[in-house]
Design a protein around this ligand. Structure first.
Ligand code: SAM
Length: 258
């Protein structure tokens, strides 16, 4: 198993998937697209609840892992979610977790995805907002991290403020919002000192963030040390939030073609 697959599987434990999955309409016998499926962890959960799941991702290594698990009632395919529109069927539901922030023009993406959704079908988006929003950090460190996030957005790599925008993107794309809430998360959004394993996962995340390493250059180690020190503190608190939004495609769709 690759490091990335192992890391995603470790992260799985820290998300409140139970609460999120419980909010979905009944899945038995339904067809669900899992967009940005990674190694298929959520596809497995959706299929276990009776859905036929088609997972799509752009990372071939993660897709190979997903296929190798031979999860009943799942299939996995390659797609670039920024551009691809034809998933080869019309689904009852669309699931997309921790992937929306990679799609800078999310409104256009969800508008295109809606064409692969039956009238009255649902879309469930989950995404982090303000990943580095943890306190207390020195104001200079916060300013460096904010500048990095702004550069990432300007370069079209990642929207660090995507979570708070989910509902407005969905509404502007013509969906009707059923539910939008924040979800506790033992790794991304919690107060008090991080568990040792969570701290290790954050260290691993920073080591994977090559663009951040280049951006911070000689200051990378000191910024990471300060950040990890912040997560360990008794008075640590998260401004970072995990957002979950469930929305419906109108029975008679007014969603525009993009
Ligand atoms: C953080 S992982 C989330 C995996 C899984 N959905 C979960 O919630 O655990 C983000 C996934 O999005 C995929 N991804 C990012 N940009 C993509 C794109 N443009 N097209 C397709 N997949 C993309 C990555 O390969 C990765 O598998």
């Amino acid at each position: 198993m690759s490091d990335l697959v192992a890391e995603y599987q470790r992260q799985f434990e820290w998300r409140d998937w139970r609460a999120i999955l419980a909010a979905l309409p009944p899945l038995r016998g339904k067809t669900v697209l899992d967009l940005g499926c990674g190694a298929g962890d959520i596809s497995l959960e959706l299929a276990a609840q009776g859905a036929l799941v088609l997972g799509f991702d752009s990372n071939e290594e993660l897709l190979a892992c997903a296929r190798s698990r031979e999860i009943p009632n799942t299939q996995f395919g390659t797609a670039d979610l920024r551009t691809d529109v034809d998933f080869g069927l019309t689904a009852d539901g669309i699931w997309c977790s921790f992937t929306a922030a990679f799609l800078i023009d999310l409104q256009s993406a969800v508008t295109r995805w809606a064409r692969s959704l039956k009238p009255g079908g649902w879309i469930a988006l989950t995404e982090i907002d303000d990943l580095f929003g943890h306190e207390p950090l020195a104001s200079a460190t916060k300013a460096r991290l904010k500048a990095y996030c702004e550069a990432g957005l300007a370069a079209g790599r990642y929207d660090f403020w995507c979570g708070r925008k989910l509902s407005s993107h969905l509404e502007r794309a013509g969906f009707s919002i059923s539910k939008c809430q924040t979800i506790p998360d033992r790794e991304l959004s919690f107060n008090g000192p991080a568990e040792a394993e969570v701290l290790e996962a954050w260290r691993a995340r920073f080591l994977r963030m090559r663009v951040l390493q280049d951006y911070l250059a000689a200051d990378f180690t000191s910024v990471v040390d300060e950040f990890l020190g912040c997560l360990e503190r008794a008075d640590h608190r998260s401004e970072a939030r995990v957002f979950f939004c469930l929305a419906m495609k109108p029975p008679t769709s007014t969603i525009a073609n993009v």
